[in-house]
Design a binder for this molecule. Structure first.
Ligand SMILES: Nc1nc2c(ncn2[C@@H]2O[C@@H]3COP(=O)(O)O[C@H]4[C@@H](O)[C@H](n5cnc6c(=O)[nH]c(N)nc65)O[C@@H]4COP(=O)(O)O[C@H]3[C@H]2O)c(=O)[nH]1
Length: 894
């Protein structure tokens, strides 16, 4: 056991006291202890023995004993030398009995004496010490220091205490020297006396304490918590930096202050310090230890920090308060996390979005109530199963592959997805999937949050419809038509085709509305819309443009005629009566037409152009259509009028047949006559066939007209025969549609039967091109005609490219060389060559050849020379009405 420091202090105090007493005693002769020992009896140290006794007395712990010895010494001095020596020995024995090292020196620094303890302490015998200087008993560095100190003491007189080291047997030791000067009765200093206190162990103990304190300090600084130690009165004794920082006390002299005093120093923390104080009191009074509390401290930035505070009060044996240990742990982050977790749990349970949490392989770990509500699956149905059970099958592998790719790259995927409810119903979801990773960055979970967007989808579709379709008619509205028109124009620009925009306005719609009411008006619009839709092609667009106005976009228009036809058809459809709740109602339509690119380069200008054209139709008396472009409008109108006129002509018998004879080039005899159609129009006069036959062919009117021609020609030919005239064969022109429609051979047979004209008196002229157009059908008709005995001539021969062998196979009787080749004969070399070739070939194959358009004798001569059988032309006769032809025929000599 180490001696405690306070024992040393007591010894030291006692020594000082005794040194003081020895000093007092040393002032008298009675202090001398003659004969105490050889050394002690030295005459120059008469007072030493008294002083030494005092020192020794101190170590013996009894001031009284020392006093007694001193008095005795005094008395002994008076008794004599022997006694003095005896006492000297006795005193030396006393000194040696003192366990503390004691020494004394003269003024020159020589040791006059010492006790055993001193010798043992230094590891030297007394003889190695006494009579020597410190330089001889101590290492040089220490000796120098001792000497300096001794000199200073001797100069100053009195006492000296200092800490130093001594080289002992056991090595260097830390010591305290207590020294005092020794003065004789005359007051003169004769030397000094000293004792040595070995404080090595004490110093080591102190160092250990300091070390322990350092460790403790490091420990509490290393802790992340704020640590306080207060004494029983609540004064702060120990804190770590974390604790000081908490109350912004770094650099402040907080030691020994109470919370209240610190609250005055830092008013902003006064409430927190008061709270701390209150909880201290709770801890002092608590029976359950340690005592816990949650306390809040706002940091300088105003952020709230939560502390989980632990208090342990320490009481003394008598129960009084000794100190309080306080440890405050900042749990703000944990509290926030807990709060978030609580909020998340609340959200998880109460959100209307479905949530599922899966492991890294997609196995469902947890779902919330909304999940069950949306999908129809209870938690028990899906936990432990793969999310695949929710798939609808609507998305292909590529879809899911892209989803996983995004999840991997971005950690999140969002999108619309179709999934299947428990009932099997497929529905759209808006789904967000998030990736949860563990501390090592590995995917640990997926969190899917979704909402059922069926209703939104429906609403979107509804909105989409409302935005793009007219709710009354279900037709696209103006906006959608605009889009479609733009697209159509883009396509047309790319392909170089045309687009027609038709604006159709109902005439008389207002009357319907006013007279029959709006519901009837609405119904009419619906009927009109249905008719428009039905009348148009799939690829055409029709929209309700507003009110009683409709717009139509026709793509890939190559012919103005086709547009006119569509417009006519629409007008015809609109003109059909509509039954509106028992009221048979009629409306008509006015249409305006604009053509891209001619009438406008973009949608806006085209619609504007169509609108202008539509107003022109209104001005023209409604129930008609107008093109924005005048020429086209005019042509279309003329065409329409002509078509109308042809129908009327057919009904009213305004067609006439004129006849042109065909003569044998050698004999000059009439071998036949060609019937040529004329239209006697009240407005136009006599209209030549080339002006109306193409339109009649296009509109199909040629079929009834052709039938009339056939009947009329046969009837007149019969009448000429009956009148005793011989017109030869009557040649009738037949257009391609007449053959294509089918039943032509039956018509011919019926007409021949009706009129009584022999089949051999009839010749059908078919153009080479119509023969080639529908070869199979033509072949069949020709065969049937041949059966009947009707002759067959190929009109305009040379303009097509039919093979003569093929014509021979068809049993054609006659070829007509087109007027074009004859016209420039005989001058035109190439026409002459063709004519020659045709004639030669025809003859070799056995065809009869008729040349058309022979106007001059030279042509007739040439053709005859070349072997052409017959001719027709102004040289002989121009086409003439039937009666004139009969007269012409009758007037002929043959
Ligand atoms: N410059 C000139 N012309 C001559 C001469 N000799 C005759 N012509 C004209 O040549 C045309 C001959 O008729 P096409 O080649 O069958 O050509 C006919 C025929 O293809 C067609 N056509 C006439 N009538 C009918 C008909 O009833 N049905 C059909 N489908 N087509 C007809 O109309 C075409 C024209 O008939 P048209 O105007 O009557 O014209 C007739 C006639 O007047 C002449 O020396 N010089």
């Amino acid at each position: 056991m180490h001696r405690r420091w306070w024992v040393d202090a007591l010894v030291f105090a006692g020594m000082l006291l005794l040194l003081y007493l020895s000093f007092l005693l040393g002032k008298t002769d009675s202090m001398a202890i003659p004969g105490a020992s050889e050394v002690l009896t030295e005459p120059h140290v008469p007072a030493l023995s008294g002083a030494m006794l005092c020192v020794l007395g101190a170590f013996l712990g009894g001031g009284a004993l020392v006093l007694m010895l001193a008095v005795r010494g005094e008395r002994a001095a008076r008794v004599g030398d022997a006694a003095r020596r005896e006492r000297g020995r006795f005193l030396q024995a006393v000194l040696d009995a003192i366990p503390a090292p004691v020494f004394y020196k003269d003024v020159s620094g020589r040791y006059l004496g010492c006790n055993n303890a001193f010798g043992e302490f230094l590891g030297r015998s007394k003889t190695e010490i006494i009579g020597r200087t410190v330089y001889e008993v101590a290492p040089a560095d220490l000796a120098t220091a001792y000497e300096q100190r001794d000199r200073a003491l001797l100069d100053a007189r009195g006492r000296q205490v200092y800490e130093t080291q001594v080289e002992t047997q056991a090595g260097r030791r830390d010591v305290i020297f207590y020294k005092a000067t020794i003065a004789g009765p005359d007051g003169e200093v004769h030397g000094l006396v000293g004792t040595v206190l070995d404080i090595t162990e004490r110093k080591e103990a102190e160092e250990r304490v300091r070390e322990s304190e350092r460790r403790m300090s490091a420990l509490i600084e290393a802790l992340p918590d704020a640590i306080f130690f207060k004494d029983g009165a609540g004064r702060w004794l120990v804190t770590n930096q974390r604790a000081q920082a908490l109350f912004n006390l770094r650099g402040e002299k907080w030691f020994g202050m109470t919370d209240r005093e610190l609250g005055l120093l830092r008013p902003e923390y006064a409430p927190a310090l008061q709270q701390c104080l209150d909880n201290d009191e709770v801890a002092w009074n608590s029976e359950e230890l340690p005592c816990h509390s949650i306390e809040v401290v706002n940091d300088p930035a105003g952020e709230r920090h939560y502390f989980d505070v632990t208090r342990i009060p320490i009481r003394r044996g008598d129960g009084s308060r000794d100190g309080l240990v306080i440890v405050g742990r900042d749990v703000t982050a944990r509290r926030i996390a807990e709060e978030r977790l609580r909020q998340a749990a609340t959200v998880f349970d109460n959100t209307i979005e479905g949530i599922s949490i899966t492991d890294e392989s997609g196995i469902i770990l947890s779902v919330n109530p909304a999940f069950s509500l949306i999908t129809g699956y209870d938690e028990i149905d899906v936990v432990g199963r793969h999310t695949r059970i929710l798939q609808s099958g609507r998305h292909d592998r590529e879809y899911y592959r892209a989803m996983w790719k995004t999840l991997k790259e971005r950690g999140q995927w969002q999108g619309e997805i179709w999934n299947r409810r428990k009932t099997g119903e497929v529905y759209p979801q808006w789904l967000t999937i998030g990736v949860v990773k563990d501390d090592e960055g590995r995917v640990s979970n997926y969190v899917a949050v979704f909402s059922d967007i069926s209703q939104i989808k429906d609403a979107e579709t509804q909105l989409e419809r409302l935005a793009h379709y007219d709710p009354l008619t279900g037709l696209p509205n103006r906006a959608l038509l605009g889009d479609r028109l733009e697209h159509a124009l883009d396509r047309a620009r790319r392909t170089g085709s045309s687009v027609a925009v038709l604006l159709l306005d109902l005439d008389g719609f207002k009357n319907v509305n006013d007279s029959l009411g709006h519901p009837a008006g609405d119904r009419l619009l619906q009927v009109v819309s249905e008719r428009l839709r039905a009348a148009l092609r799939e690829e055409d667009s029709v929209c309700r443009f507003g009110g009683d106005e409709f717009a139509i976009v026709l793509e890939d228009i190559s012919l103005g005629e086709a547009v006119s036809e569509t417009a006519e058809q629409l007008i015809a459809e609109m003109a059909l009566p509509v039954d509106l709740d028992g009221h048979l109602t009629r409306v008509s339509a006015s249409i305006g037409i604009a053509i891209f690119p001619r009438d406008g380069a973009d949608a806006t200008s085209l619609i504007k152009a169509a609108d202008t054209a539509m107003y022109r139709s209104k001005q023209l008396g409604r129930d008609t259509f107008s093109f924005h472009h005048d020429e086209m409008a005019l042509a279309a109108r003329r065409r329409l009028e002509m078509e109308h006129g042809l129908r009327q002509a057919l009904e009213q018998g305004s067609f006439e047949l004129w006849y042109q004879p065909q003569l044998d080039l050698c004999s000059g005899r009439v071998i036949g006559v060609e019937a040529l159609l004329r239209w006697r129009d009240p407005a136009r006069g006599l209209v030549p066939p080339l002006e109306f036959i193409p339109l009649a062919e296009e509109t199909g009117l040629i079929v009834p007209i052709g039938a009339w021609v056939l009947r009329q020609a046969c009837r007149e030919a019969r009448s000429w025969l009956d009148a005793g005239l011989n017109p030869g064969r009557v040649a009738v022109n037949v257009a391609a549609p007449q053959i294509e429609r089918g039943g032509f051979e039956q018509v011919v047979a019926r007409v021949l039967e009706e009129t009584g004209l022999p089949a051999a008196a009839l010749e059908v002229e078919i153009t080479e091109s119509s023969l080639l157009h529908n070869a199979d059908n033509a072949k069949r008709v020709i065969a049937a005609l041949r059966e009947l005995g009707v002759g067959l001539a190929i009109d305009d021969f040379g303009t097509g490219y039919s093979s003569l062998a093929y014509l021979k196979h068809l049993a054609v009787h006659r070829l007509k060389i087109d007027r074009e080749f004859v016209r420039d004969l005989p001058g035109d070399g190439s026409n002459l060559a063709i004519t020659r070739a045709v004639i030669a070939l025809s003859r070799s194959l056995g065809f009869a050849v008729v040349a058309e358009g022979v106007e001059v004798q030279a042509q007739a001569d040439l053709l005859r020379r070349e072997g052409c059988d017959s001719a027709q032309g102004f040289l002989y006769a121009k086409p003439m009405p039937g009666a004139d032809f009969a007269n012409w025929l009758a007037a002929r000599p043959d």
